[in-house]
Write a protein that binds this ligand. Sequence first.
Ligand SMILES: [Fe+2]
Length: 283
Amino acid sequence: MSAAHSNERPFLGYGLGLRKDHYEAVLQDRPAVDWFEIISENYMVDGGKPLHYLDRIREHYPMVMHGVSLSIGSTETLDLDYLNRLKTLIARVEPAWFSDHLCWTGVQGVNLHDLMPLPYTEEAIAHVVERVQRVQDHIGRQMLLENVSSYVSYSDSQLSEWEFLCEVAERADCLILLDINNIYVSAFNHNSDPDRYLRAMPAERVYQFHLAGHTRQDDLIIDTHDQPIADPVFELYAAAVQHFGRVSTMIERDDNIPPLPELLDELARVRRIAEHQLKEQVA
Ligand SMILES: [Fe+2]
């Protein structure tokens, strides 16, 4: 029986993305962060400083691993060398879980360095499901798939994004990382209902939330991860906690990275919002 069927979603608490700017501060100050998410590709190497810090920080904090280049939706063959290196890192880190994005990042050897959405069609579902199953078989564990933000849509899409994600997760028997900011960004850009997205998700498969900042340019929002989390995303997060209950949550900050205490303040706000919603539920 897969974890998604056991109705026991593990809860790690409230975490941050581990960034090199904070390696020393994390080791020296041991901040009150419940867990860290690492970008897998930064540590899929044979040695050097990042691995040195990773091992030392891992001694004190639970971790999850988050990949950016699996390109699960691509029509290229799955990169076995990449999967082997990922498996080696998983054995080293022993993460609570590993994740990547429901997207494609390039074809014919060209990496677009962007997380491109897929057309939401039956054909794409079958293609992705088969690849997720192969990844899970190769790694020997279930993976989490994350929803990406989007600025364009395909005219041949037959399903909504949330229907597509649900179908892939159910058929591949994988888990879900819901990026609350991405839901907000895509809903804004495509004029769809973010609450409907949340309500459509199979709750037992949702193991993690991402929160992040974005940049608004007139009638388009770009998922920049270089700002504090915006108030409407906090509001959507509160709705998500109300709907799903306790879900491990972290802040993704990838650019314009502030000193660690600033992120800790933001994480304290995340924790307050979640705990408030959970108390309301009990009452
Ligand atoms: Fe994310």
